[in-house]
Ligand binder design. Structure first.
Ligand SMILES: [Zn+2]
Length: 362
């Protein structure tokens, strides 16, 4: 676990990883790294052989059964309500210039109406698809009848070996179950540190692999670590990619305790009044975190009959973006928004003794 943490120690915007760290991660990602996590044992997940006798036309049953819950058949969202499946075609981009600062602000979602308790949440999963864990994520999303967005890395989809074929089928299943798939580069390179030629390769080879698996070109793009320089920005713009970032994260690549990660997510969602949640569908502890989060969001669901009472509504990414387009946040960037939030929270706090007030300020 320490070794895994070392390899991915600067994941998810915690700092810039070195080029070597990124490459080492790409080589080390696999069930061996996953098996090292304590949460994997806690979930008592069956060993999932990935080689299938028929060459992977279907997912091996052991791979689809990574969730430890009994295997009741849950109706998929599109089976019960076809209208709930989001449109797959590109929608008007809110950020055609692929500006990174604007993308961070857009990720924070729409400005909420005064006195409205409705808070929007949309779920995103990065770095998969991964045979041992993505099916468990799909199963949970189906159980709660919600749609999410998966930012895939192309490296798992390219090969002609059985594992790659089964992984392509899995990504196709993600789309068939009504979720969106975006591009998260070929093998998770930090795009600001590699040559321009390789930046284009990271985007285009991954897009081709995703299109081969799903039949759809991925217009959604999330750069690893949320970082993009001017060259990457222009490349995204030329390809009409929608730059998608996040506002709420569990730092689940560097932590293993689902309860701790869930509490962290819950705290951020309460403070920020919703947001784009980032999790990684390549870790068992992230699946356990998602299970907690979905249960909590259901318990604190928005009730239109009581519109002023705070409640959450899980929506797909297109809905989140359309609502953001209809009511954009009135700030120039995320820093301004952060300051406004801090002021609002200061105002809503009960008057405190001067010394404790000093301590509580960040
Ligand atoms: Zn990532």
């Amino acid at each position: 676990m320490a070794a895994a943490a070392l390899v991915v120690g600067s994941w998810v915007g915690l700092g810039k990883p070195s080029y070597e760290q990124g490459s080492a991660w790409a080589e080390k990602t696999g069930s061996e790294a996953l098996a090292r996590t304590g949460a994997a044992k806690a979930l008592a997940v069956k060993a999932a052989p990935v080689e299938t006798a028929d060459g992977g036309a279907d997912l091996p049953s052991s791979v689809t059964e990574t969730d430890s819950q009994p295997d009741e058949r849950v109706a998929l969202p599109h089976e019960t309500d076809p209208a709930s499946v989001p449109a797959m075609e590109p929608w008007p981009s809110l950020n055609p210039e692929a500006d990174l600062q604007k993308a961070w602000l857009l990720a924070e979602g729409p400005a909420r109406k005064p006195k409205s308790g409705r808070r929007l949440v949309t779920l995103t999963f990065d770095d998969g698809p991964f045979l041992e864990t993505t099916p468990a994520v799909l199963k949970l999303l189906a159980r709660y009848k919600v749609h999410a967005t998966f930012f895939a890395v192309g490296q798992y989809l390219e090969g002609e070996d059985k594992r790659s074929r089964v992984t392509r089928n899995l990504l196709k299943r993600v789309v068939d179950e009504g979720h969106l798939v975006g591009n998260h580069t070929l093998d998770h390179q930090l795009l600001t540190t590699i040559s321009h030629t390789r930046v284009l390769e990271q985007i285009d080879r991954s897009a081709a692999a995703i299109e081969r698996a799903t039949g759809k070109y991925p217009y959604l793009f999330r750069p690893p670590y949320g970082q993009l320089d001017d060259f990457g920005r222009k490349a995204a713009q030329e390809r009409h990619l929608d730059l998608m970032l996040w506002s709420v994260e569990a730092r689940d690549m560097v932590r293993d305790d689902p309860q701790e990660m869930f509490r962290d997510l819950m705290g951020q969602l309460v403070y920020k009044e919703g947001g784009i949640v980032l999790l990684h569908d390549i870790r068992f502890s992230s699946v356990a975190t998602l299970r907690e989060l979905l249960a909590w969001l259901k318990l604190h669901k928005y009730d239109p009959q009581k519109p002023s009472r705070p409640g959450y509504e899980i929506v797909d990414l297109p809905t989140y973006l359309r609502e953001t387009q209809a009511a954009p946040m009135p700030y120039a960037n995320r820093e301004e928004l952060d300051k406004a939030r801090e002021r609002a929270h200061d105002k809503s706090r009960p008057p405190a003794a001067p010394e404790s007030r000093r301590v509580s300020r960040r």
